[in-house]
Design a protein around this ligand. Structure first.
Ligand SMILES: Cc1cc2nc3c(=O)[nH]c(=O)nc-3n(C[C@H](O)[C@H](O)[C@H](O)COP(=O)(O)O)c2cc1C
Length: 308
């Protein structure tokens, strides 16, 4: 067996790992092809692959390099036992009234525009994709239970962070989670982050060795997507950049050129024509942004934006 020193310099000797990016997926491709997958094949994922994904994710930024995250990885019988306990708790109505931290508002406390987006998401997933009516509580529960089965994925991961400086640790956790999902994508794997586990956090604590001063952030299903499943067709919309970004710059400023994004994007759409919206901000088609500069190297964000 070919061995190597652990990259973190802990002194461990371990089997040499193959690079995950064998598929040569760019960051853009990983971002655009990542979605929450809710139907997996039983095809196993090797432990070395999971370790490599986590190793890559550990390169995420964190506040003062605190690296407040820990992960708990379950496969095989350990995962099945937790699933059985979670479903038992779910069926017994043992959902907690209050999570370990204030993850999200109560159903009645959602405000716009998040309320509408949440509703659109629910209708898309349950109504249009699964054909389950909003009033069909049994049908909705049948899908919701699949969360606790990790949607059939062979690997279940729980992400926790230290409760000390929880607010900044939650940001760090989000970065780690995104890096995990993107690295998994680059390895041909898919994921689904799942906060639904938080409703039964005491069950998870009973089964896993989670320090008292850690908070469970979410679960994550990891595996190979069942691309033939109807759930795989479900995708979610995004806001346009002009709807969430405000640019403050002079018309001729060249500070934000996009030259670095011009390589390896031949398969992406061509540049949208230049647009100035309401005399204030530029309009970039975010599905096409990686391609537009390819044929227009002289264009910069500064030229496409108007001053405020
Ligand atoms: C922290 C977090 C928790 C989530 N929890 C769940 C969950 O419990 N069950 C689920 O099916 N999806 C869950 N999702 C997935 C979101 O619904 C999904 O990210 C969102 O609708 C956008 O879709 P996309 O991930 O396919 O782009 C969660 C996502 C995040 C980031």
């Amino acid at each position: 067996m070919v061995t190597t020193m652990c990259e973190c310099k802990c002194g461990d000797i371990r089997p040499a790992m193959i690079p995950l990016a064998a598929q040569r997926m760019s960051v853009e491709e990983a971002l655009l092809s990542r979605r929450s997958v809710r139907a997996f094949l039983p095809r196993p994922v090797s432990r070395s692959t999971v370790e490599r994904v986590l190793e890559m994710a550990s390169h995420s930024a964190s506040n003062s390099n605190g690296q407040p995250w820990q992960v708990h990885v379950l496969t095989g019988g350990a995962k099945d036992r937790l699933t059985a306990a979670l479903l038992q708790a779910h069926d017994a109505g043992a959902r907690v009234q209050k999570c370990e931290f204030d993850y999200q508002p109560r159903p009645d406390d959602w405000v716009e525009p998040f309320l509408s987006r949440r509703s659109e998401f629910g209708q898309g997933l349950y109504g249009k994709t699964l054909g389950i009516d909003f009033t069909d509580l049994v049908g909705r529960d049948a899908h919701h239970r699949r969360n606790y089965e990790f949607f059939g994925a062979p690997v279940g991961i729980f992400l926790t962070v230290s409760r000390h400086q929880l607010d900044s640790a939650l940001i760090d956790a989000g970065l780690f989670l995104q890096a995990t999902m993107l690295t998994a994508r680059a390895a041909g794997l898919d994921t689904c982050p799942q906060a639904s586990f938080l409703d039964y956090y005491p069950v998870i604590r009973n089964h896993l060795d989670i320090p008292d001063d850690h908070r469970i952030i979410c679960g994550l299903s990891l595996g190979y997507a069942d691309t033939s499943h109807r759930l795989y067709r479900f995708t979610t919309p995004r806001q346009c950049v002009k709807d969430f970004a405000t640019f403050y710059e002079d018309r001729n400023e060249e500070a934000l050129t996009m030259d670095v994004f011009t390589s390896g994007t031949a398969s992406l759409p061509q540049a949208p024509t230049q647009e100035v919206s309401a005399g204030r901000v530029m309009d970039i088609d975010h599905a096409a942004w990686a391609g537009w500069n390819q044929n227009s190297p002289e264009q910069s964000v500064g030229e496409r934006a108007s001053s405020v």
